[in-house]
Write a protein of this length. Structure first.
Length: 72
């Protein structure tokens, strides 16, 4: 996702889904990948959780986003 950051790509649900499809990412990693403000990412994630697209898991290392069919 460094390409997204370098090109100034805006975070979207589809891009976040592609990020978390194969492995969990922290909210911080997602925010950093898009050079976005954390509240923008949290707003998107909240909507995605309500739609059942992703789950947010709390671990000792922080909050991680996983695809709805992915296990942490």
């Amino acid at each position: 996702m460094e390409i997204a950051k370098e090109q100034g790509v805006r975070a979207t649900s589809d891009l976040i889904l592609s990020m978390v499809a194969n492995r969990p990412h922290s909210v911080k990693q997602i925010t950093h990948a898009f050079s976005a403000r954390s509240y923008e990412v949290v707003k998107l994630l909240s909507d995605m959780v309500r739609k059942g697209q992703v789950e947010v898991k709390s671990t000792n290392e922080g909050l991680f986003v996983v695809g709805a069919n992915t296990h942490l």
